[in-house]
Design a protein around this ligand. Sequence first.
Ligand code: INI
Length: 155
Amino acid sequence: MQVIEGKYTDADGRYAIIAGRFNQFVVDSLVEGAIDALVRHGVSEDHITVIRVPGAYEIPLVAQGVAEKGDIDAIVALGAVIRGSTPHFDYIAGESASGLSKVQLDTGVPCAFGVLTVEDIEQAIERAGTKAGNKGAEAAMAAIELVSVLKQISE
Ligand code: INI
C-alpha cells in the first residue's frame, strides 16, 4: 500500500498571500497568522509576497494572474465577508470561492481558501486569532500541504 500525505514544512516554496482590504482589521490578523504559519514551517520571508486587493470579490482575478505567471507554488486567499452588513453576501462569498476553485483547477496552483464567510463581526473576530483559532494560519498550512502532495504525485 502506498500512502501519500503532505508534509508540513517547505524550505524552498514560494507563496503569495492575496488579501482583501474590506474588513481590514480582521483580514490583517489573518495575514499575520498566515505569514507566521508559513515562516514557522520553513518558508523564507523572502519567498512570501503579500498582495492587497479591494475585497474578496477581486481575489480570484488577481490569483489567476499570479498563478499564470508561474513562479509561485501556492496562493493563500484571505478576506472577510460578513453577512450582517452585506446584503450581497452570497454573491461576494460565492464568487470568491468558486473563482478561486476555478483558478486552482485551471492552473494547477493550489489556492487555499482563507476567506471568512460569517454571520457577524463577532464570528469574524473569533476566527481571526481568538477562540476559533486563526483561519489565515490554517489556510497557509493547507497551502503547504497541497504543495507537498502535488510534488509527490508528480514524481
Ligand atoms: N468585500 C469583502 O471582502 N467583504 C465584505 O464583507 C464586503 N461587503 O460587505 O460588501 C466586500 N465588498 C466589496 C467587494 O468584495 C468588491 O471589492 C466590490 O464589490 C467591488 O468590486
